[in-house]
Each structure stands twice: as structure tokens, then as C-alpha cells.
Design a binder for this molecule. Structure first.
Ligand code: SF4
Ligand code: FE
Length: 485
């Protein structure tokens, strides 16, 4: 295999693979030529294109190979590295208008760097070296890694070993001297089919009885025993129709799939945790800390939506109305709040025992909490500015070739300086991002990705020192004064 250096070599690297993928009940023969899947592949390919077009943002020198690698594969060696990850994510959000799928692997790698080190420190295991060897291989070929964390979870009130069906969390079902065999299913795995490798990880705090669930290991995406079931996105079949007017985003989409593991083998040298259940919560916490501030990606996607809202206001001739510009200000304020809390988290990072850097946990959770709400409000305002047509426009076929084509072009026109085609295209983009297929990336993923809203609220509560704040108030108000009698 050759080192991947750009979009073309990435596309080549994922062609002719033997993945078992089901989409709408049918086996997908070639994901690259599937019209529903292809836009998600293009979004992933943009991460390689960025490294070509803006190397200082999209690439970095590997400390292991000494060669240039994609920034998504880099282990953060400073707060500045964390910050540059965020800058890259915003930029890619702007370029694709959707989820470019590559942050999960980056965040998993960064979490594993320190967690494997700390497991070894306690148990004299060799996971950190295994991990560094694997990382070096990934750097050598500049590959895409998916992080597979979220199990299907069954009864949420029960631990993995308490489930009626033991396979509802990924677990070890067999062992031999060469490695382990795992069984289970991971839900909504971002970009898994577009990756080369995936790293499976537990999804929650485990107890001694859950030992078989404490497994972390690397698996090639085309390993024997893996089946993918492609997730639907609203309006995704529009990509299968002729014409391009109704798709909204001409080039890009996200990707989520369910992954089923049926006795999948992980060799010893690719195992990074095996039974150390007491480290599962550390791994989950570190991964989510990284990943929750990675959601500044949505500020980049928000830039596209705000741009679309401002453009439709312009085409409607109302750009300068005071209530319109006030709404645009409000959208920008929320979008920058997402970005600001994300980069603040990165810039307040700290060094771990293994030597890499991790961003601030409290601010990462505040960032993600804003993402769960502000994107919806930005989406609501974009629809407000778009007007009702965003939900009722005739199809591109009617618009372009139908019997009523000329009437539609006449009646769908806005200001005289623009034509009806451009107005329709911008409206379709707003529809795509707030109701259509990329609404999954902009809204649903903002809500549930990296943990649903309540998970961040729990973490914010844990990280905030309320007693310290009470002391500040008590001191200034003179209550509990030591010298009073
Ligand atoms: Fe990256 Fe954002 Fe997609 Fe998560 S949702 S993988 S952070 S682009
Ligand atoms: Fe995600």
C-alpha cells in the first residue's frame, strides 16, 4: 500500500474492498459508486484536500516517521496543537457544510495515548507500546481511523453484564494465545465505511463483573465477521434522482452506520486494554473531553448556514431591514459562542502523564452543551429568513423541464439582480441543512453526538466547584465571619 497524499489516492485506497454493507435491504457492491454513499466519501476526502491546499492547517510532521501526516492523525503535544485541531475543524465545516467524520478517530487516539500509559503504569502491561506501534503504522500510510465507542446499550438501567442479552455491549466471547474474539454491535458509527481501521472502545464505566467488556483494540474495517447497516438520512434518496437542484448540497454528506461484530478477531499486538475494567471510565471521559470540543465543527457548518440565510435575505430584497440584520447578528453570536468555548477549552489544556495534551473538561462540556441548543436556534432563524418556500418548493424537474418551468422561473424570482435558479438553490441548501439530509449532521448529530445533552450537564455539575463559589459569596457578604462573636 502507498502512503495516501491527496483526494485521489484516498479514493483509490478505499476502492475494491470487500466490505459487507447493507443499505435499504440490499448489499452495496461498490460504495464509491453508490449515489447515497458517495457524498459522504467526498466529505472525508476533503480532509486530505485541505492538507494539500493548506498544509500548515491540514497537516503536521509525525514525530514517529518524521514525515508529513494529516493533522487528524496527530497526538497533541501542546495547547497550540489542540487549538489548531479546532481551527482545522471549523475550516472543514465551512468547506463541506456537513460532518467530515474524521474527528472521532483523532480524539480516540489522543485519549488512548494517555490511558494506555496509565494502565501500563498500574499493571505493568504493554498497551502503550502496542498503541505507539499501531500509531506509527497509521502515520506511515496516512490512514483514516474510526473510533467505535457507542454500544447499542439495551436496557439503559442495567450494566453490560446485567443485560438479558449479553451481546448488547461489545464483549470478548473467545480467547486463544494469539488474541481475542469480540461480538456485539456499535450504533451510529460516524464515517466507519470511509475509514481504513476502527478502534473499538467501551462506552461506559465498568465493574469487575463486566471484565469481558473492557476491551480496546484496532480492527481493519474489512475484517472477517463485520457487517455494516447504513443509516438513513432524510431526503437521502434525492441523490439517486436525476438533476441536482433538489439535493441542496451538491457535493457532501455525513455518514453513520450500525456495525455488527460477529466473532471478530483482534490479535494481541493490536489490543490496548483487555480486562482492566477500572480504566474504562477514564477512557470514556478523556475521549469525550476531546470530542466535545471537536464540535466546533458545527461553527464551520453554521458559517455556511448563516451565509445561506444572509444570501436569501439579499435575494428577497430585505437584507437591510433592521429585524433581519438583528437575526443575523443573533445567529453569529451563537455560532461564535460555540467556537469560543471550544477553543478556550483547547487553549486551557494540560499535560497528561504520557506527555500529550488534553483540553479543559469543563469548557469542552460547555462547548458541546451550546452545540446542542444553538444549532437548532440558528436553524430556526435560517428558516425564518428563508420563508415558507423552504418547505414547499416544487421539484427541480418541474422547475427545469416540466410544463410549468417558465412560469416557475417567473414566479420564484426575487430581486431583479438575481435569477430564480440561484434563489431556489440557496433555499434548497437551507432545506438540506435544517430539514434534509445534512440536518442529521447539523442538528441531530449536534444533539446526540459525543453524548446527549444530559451527559454534559452531569459533567458540568461534577467539574464546577460550587463550595468554592459559595465561599466567595460568603466572604464578600460578611457571613460566617470567623472573628464575629
Ligand atoms: Fe467531526 Fe463534527 Fe463530524 Fe464529530 S460531528 S466527526 S466533530 S465533523
Ligand atoms: Fe459524532
Amino acid at each position: 500500500m502507498e502512503k495516501i497524499s491527496n483526494r485521489e489516492s484516498y479514493l483509490k485506497s478505499i476502492s475494491d474492498r470487500n466490505l459487507k454493507i447493507y443499505l435499504m435491504g440490499k448489499l452495496v457492491e461498490d460504495p464509491l459508486s453508490h449515489p447515497i454513499i458517495r457524498p459522504s466519501i467526498e466529505a472525508m476526502a476533503e480532509t486530505y484536500e485541505l492538507a494539500v491546499n493548506e498544509p500548515e492547517l491540514g497537516s503536521v510532521k509525525s514525530p514517529y516517521t518524521g514525515e508529513s501526516i494529516n493533522r487528524f492523525l496527530h497526538i497533541a503535544e501542546s495547547n497550540d496543537d489542540l487549538y489548531l485541531q479546532n481551527k482545522m475543524q471549523r475550516k472543514l465545516g465551512q468547506l463541506t457544510g456537513t460532518c467530515f467524520q474524521r474527528c472521532v478517530g483523532m480524539d480516540a487516539f489522543n485519549a488512548l495515548h494517555s490511558v494506555t500509559f496509565e494502565i501500563d503504569e498500574k499493571y505493568s502491561t504493554k498497551y502503550h507500546q502496542n498503541f505507539i506501534n499501531f500509531l506509527t503504522e497509521m502515520h506511515k500510510y496516512n490512514l483514516v481511523i474510526g473510533g467505535a465507542m457507542t454500544d447499542v446499550k439495551g436496557d439503559r438501567s442495567k450494566l453490560p453484564h446485567e443485560q438479558e442479552d449479553e451481546d448488547l455491549y461489545l464483549r470478548i466471547v473467545d480467547r486463544d494465545e494469539n488474541g481475542v474474539y469480540v461480538k456485539g454491535a456499535k450504533a451510529h458509527q460516524t464515517g466507519c465505511i470511509n475509514s481504513h481501521w476502527m478502534v473499538v472502545m467501551p462506552t461506559l464505566r465498568l465493574t469487575e463483573k463486566d471484565k469481558d467488556y473492557a476491551i480496546v483494540g484496532a480492527i481493519p474495517v474489512d475484517a472477517e465477521g463485520i457487517t455494516y447497516i447504513y443509516g438513513r438520512q432524510s431526503c437521502d434518496t434525492r441523490s439517486m434522482e436525476p438533476g441536482e437542484y433538489d439535493v441542496g448540497n451538491k457535493y457532501f454528506a455525513g455518514q453513520e452506520a450500525m456495525v455488527i461484530f460477529d466473532n471478530v478477531f483482534i490479535p494481541n499486538e493490536l489490543i490496548f486494554m483487555n480486562g482492566e475494567f477500572d480504566f474504562a471510565s477514564m477512557l470514556v471521559e478523556r475521549f469525550t473531553t476531546y470530542h466535545r470540543r471537536s464540535y466546533v465543527c458545527k461553527a464551520g457548518v453554521g458559517d455556511v448556514l448563516i451565509g445561506a440565510a444572509a444570501t436569501i435575505a439579499e435575494y428577497n430584497g430585505v437584507e437591510n431591514a433592521s429585524h433581519i440584520s438583528d437575526k443575523l447578528v443573533e445567529m453569529n453570536k451563537m455560532n461564535e459562542t460555540i467556537y469560543a468555548t471550544g477553543i478556550a477549552s483547547s487553549l486551557q489544556g494540560s499535560k497528561t502523564k504520557s506527555g500529550n495534551y488534553i483540553n479543559d473538561d469543563l469548557l469542552a462540556n460547555v462547548c458541546k452543551q451550546h452545540v446542542t441548543k444553538d444549532t437548532f436556534e440558528i436553524g430556526r432563524l435560517a428558516q425564518d429568513l428563508a420563508g415558507g418556500l423552504v418547505g414547499s418548493m416544487p421539484s427541480g424537474i418541474d422547475f427545469n423541464e416540466g410544463e410549468m418551468s417558465s412560469e416557475l422561473k417567473k414566479y420564484l424570482k426575487g430581486i431583479k439582480e438575481t435569477n430564480a435558479e440561484d434563489r431556489v438553490k440557496i433555499l434548497r441548501l437551507i432545506e438540506n441543512m435544517t430539514l434534509g439530509r445534512n440536518a442529521v449532521a447539523y442538528l441531530t448529530e449536534s444533539l446526540h453526538g459525543a453524548g446527549s445533552p444530559q451527559a454534559q450537564r452531569v459533567q458540568i455539575k461534577r467539574k464546577v466547584n460550587i463550595e468554592e463559589k459559595k465561599d466567595l459569596a460568603k466572604k464578600l457578604s460578611g457571613v460566617n465571619k470567623k472573628d464575629k462573636n
